[in-house]
Ligand binder design. Structure first.
Ligand code: ADP
Ligand code: LRH
Length: 459
């Protein structure tokens, strides 16, 4: 059977079509389109209609398929009015409207930072939906809103006319009770929104409606709910077995382990670990590391392509300067080289003086941040890790993979690059009865069919 995955990342959107039959999964990319934010009147927005057009064109290019599933980056949303019409362009999670909002809760008498963490299991990051809603309080748009749809649910609604709230992505709002079974009344009250703003929760694998005639060539195709948070799909698409850690390595690097239940200790809160919901009730216990965003933003300033930077960085001196790749100072767009230079200077380290030196500094810093995250996850969750899987676009970065193996002192298995789309496809394949339904069997299928590259740690 033919299955299409729509995978919208912060840097690009893609439509991937797979053929799945017993024991075989082959796929090809039929469309890729840029995801470029637009600043309007001082606010950074997603160009959601351009993305929707990319999805429609991609589905037309895909030809007839038996099912479509949609995933995207987390936390962001569109508000709909009483007629189901979008109220304004969704705001980008890197917009400054949330600056300082989450910090307000560190000293709040009723909602201390830890009580928010304990209730939701979600690390207090400035861009969480809950803090975006606090920042939007009192706006005419929020007052007029009758429903809130997370980005993949919005795309799915536009395609089918059916509204729902997919649970893995809903967990990133910070509004679900830890464990992800229901909305948290306390967190809804903190956000100042009623539960009725959210269409019914739905789980990966359930039907999401049928594409309407207005969608053109794809009309009549069933849409299946997948793990609509891209990281949830990517972790479902990690070809791991036994004691593994993962790095979902794209614009962000999401670094952690999969657990059966959340960890909400004070130590875990202080270490900035989140408990997002994955497929089949799993918990993604991870830390957000700024990821290849650091390099993408530098490249945007320099106007330089990736390949020569990576080639140069491979022979540049190692560990000359390192920055904290989890520091929120790097979250917003804008002159990244200057911010990295400032961080090196204030840490008393040599300031990288060329793009190649800065690239090396970024990659060394990412590898060290990965090691810290994996060590902390092991300690805080009480688990062992024997191998690190790197998936996503960054799995193609040979230098980063080798530096990660070296820093962690563990073997790294790199690939698949399109783990997000593959996780998306596997959940649909399971709903169609095409694969063994067990998550570990689905991962075994990826191990058997996808090319993985092994990096052994060097002394
Ligand atoms: P997202 O899903 O967030 O849009 P991706 O998973 O597509 O991100 O990863 C994008 C990143 O992958 C880029 O920032 C880039 O650093 C890295 N990348 C893409 N292609 C290559 C390549 N050929 N070699 C090394 N790295 C690559
Ligand atoms: C990666 C991602 C990540 C979130 C961030 C907002 O694309 O979904 O898991 O923390 O975007």
């Amino acid at each position: 059977m033919r299955i299409a995955a729509v995978d919208l990342g912060a840097s690009s959107g893609r439509v991937i079509v797979a053929d799945v039959s017993s024991g075989v999964i082959t796929f090809s990319e039929v469309a890729r389109f840029p995801n470029e934010p637009v600043r309007v009147g001082g606010t950074l927005h997603w160009d959601v209609l351009a993305l929707y057009r990319g999805v429609l064109d991609g589905l037309a290019a895909a030809g007839p398929v038996d099912s479509v599933g949609i995933d995207s980056w987390a936390v962001d949303y569109g508000l709909l009015d009483a007629d189901g019409v979008l109220l304004g362009n969704p705001v980008h999670y890197r917009d400054s409207r949330t600056d300082g909002v989450s910090d307000r809760f560190s000293g709040h008498s009723v909602f201390s930072g830890y009580s928010v963490y304990e209730a939701s299991g979600i690390a207090l990051q400035p861009f969480n939906t809950i803090f975006q809603l606090v920042a939007a309080a009192g706006s005419a748009q929020l007052a007029a809103a009758r429903s809130l749809l997370l980005i993949p649910d919005l795309i799915s609604y536009w395609l089918t006319g059916v509204a729902g709230t997919e649970v893995t992505n809903a967990s990133t709002t910070g509004l679900l009770a830890a464990g992800g079974k229901s909305w948290s009344p306390q967190m809804l009250s903190l956000a100042g929104v009623p539960e009725s703003l959210f269409p019914p929760l739905r789980a990966p694998g359930s039907p999401a409606g049928v594409i309407a005639p207005a969608a053109g060539a794809a009309a009549g195709t069933p849409v299946t709910v997948v793990a609509s948070h891209d990281t949830a799909s990517a972790v479902a698409g990690v070809p791991g077995a036994g004691n593994f850690a993962y790095i979902s390595c794209g614009t962000w690097s999401l670094v952690g382990v999969e657990l059966p239940a959340p960890v909400v200790s004070v130590e875990s809160y202080e270490a900035g670990f989140t408990n997002e919901i994955g497929v089949d009730g799993t918990v993604r216990y991870l830390r957000n590391v700024m990821g290849l965003w650091l390099l993408q933003e530098c490249q945007r300033s320099w106007g330089l392509p990736l390949e020569p930077l990576l080639a140069g960085a491979a022979s540049a001196p190692a560990g000359r300067s390192v920055i904290d790749a989890t520091d929120p100072v790097f979250l917003a767009p804008g002159d990244m080289p200057a911010r990295i230079e400032a961080a090196c200077r204030s840490a008393g380290q040599p300031v990288p003086s060329t793009p190649v030196e800065m690239t090396r500094c970024i990659l060394d810093s990412l590898a060290l941040a990965y090691r810290r995250a994996i060590d902390d996850a092991r300690r805080l969750a009480g688990v062992s890790v024997d191998v690190v899987h790197i998936v996503g676009g960054g799995a193609q970065n040979e230098l980063l993979c080798q530096l990660t193996a070296d820093a962690c002192g563990l073997p790294v298995l790199a690939g698949p690059v399109e783990a997000g789309a593959l996780g998306n496809i596997l959940i649909q394949a399971r709903a169609l009865g095409l694969v063994d339904p067990d998550l570990s069997s689905m991962r075994a299928l990826l191990r058997e069919t996808q090319r993985l590259v092994l990096y052994e740690p060097r002394a």
